[in-house]
Design a protein around this ligand. Structure first.
Ligand code: PMT
Length: 246
């Protein structure tokens, strides 16, 4: 890492997967371990940044010298990001945010032999109805374009006014058509950088200590990085964010 090149900067990193409750004991989740995000947070700290780490439930120890804000759900993650966005210089979303959540959360543990109201369909089948979660980066892109309508689509208030230009970095976890999907996400979410990891490889993506990424820039260029420890990927990402901070 480049010593001190983030001194005086405030950065937000999201990490881990969100957990969307079904009932008091069950959730819909994904395989994110938080390793990519925690490495990004530690690297930014080492370079002098004030780091806000918004993390889903993970098994990792809290990084020393980082402001940790634990959340469970996508909506909580969205609200936490909004709380800190006003005077942030950069937002890196390495969290695997659930695209959907159960439409309603059962107040009591759902029984194996329950009634229709809890999702029982009879004949050994069970249905969980899902509804879209807010797209955290997507909403931000809309708000920054001045497309005010979308701000209040998902109850929870609007996006606060930003005090400075916010560099936004997204990730893409893809199992196929990596380049096409990544370019589409960079465009749609109006990102400065998009880091695409091939999650079909055994040495890359969810849970691994290494990652194999492509970095897409807003100007349409793309870099193909070799497999590296997630510490190295984190450093490479900050190396590319620093020049954008101005
Ligand atoms: O935690 P690890 O085990 O180390 O694994 C790291 C990782 C594979 C989870 C990470 O490198 C990664 O790829 N994270 C993003 C995974 C993902 O959810 O990608 P996506 O293609 O669904 O989302 C695209 C981008 O939009 C992401 O930056 C995501 O944080 C963001 N997003 C997604 C959904 C949503 N509702 N709101 C969002 O802002």
């Amino acid at each position: 890492g480049q010593h001190g090149d983030l001194t005086g900067r405030r950065v937000i990193v999201t990490a881990g997967g969100t957990q969307e409750p079904i009932d008091p004991v069950r959730y819909v989740g994904n395989r994110s371990s938080g390793k990519m995000g925690y490495n990004l947070a530690a690297e930014a700290r080492d370079r002098g940044a004030h780091v806000i780490l918004v993390s889903g439930p993970v098994a990792l120890p809290p990084p020393f010298g980082v402001e940790l804000h634990p959340v469970d759900t996508a909506i909580q993650m969205r609200d936490a990001v909004r709380d800190f966005i006003t005077d942030a210089d950069a937002l890196i979303m390495s969290a695997a945010v659930a695209d959907f959540r159960p439409t309603r959360v059962a107040e009591q543990k759902i029984k194996k032999h329950g009634d229709k109201s809890t999702g029982q369909n009879g004949e050994g089948r069970f249905t969980i109805d899902l509804v879209s979660n807010p797209d955290i980066l997507g909403e931000l892109a809309m708000a920054l374009k001045g497309d005010g309508d979308v701000r209040d689509v998902h109850a929870g208030g609007s996006i606060p006014q930003l005090k400075r230009r916010l560099i936004r970095v997204g990730f893409a976890a893809e199992t196929e058509h990596l380049v096409e999907h990544a370019q589409e996400k960079l465009q749609r979410k109006q990102l400065d950088l998009l880091v695409a990891n091939d999650v079909s490889r055994s040495d890359s993506g969810f849970g691994t200590d290494t990652n194999k990424v492509l970095i897409f820039h807003a100007d349409g260029t793309m870099e193909d990085l070799p497999v590296m420890p997630k510490t190295g990927v984190a450093a490479a990402i900050w190396d590319r964010v620093v020049p954008l901070l101005g």
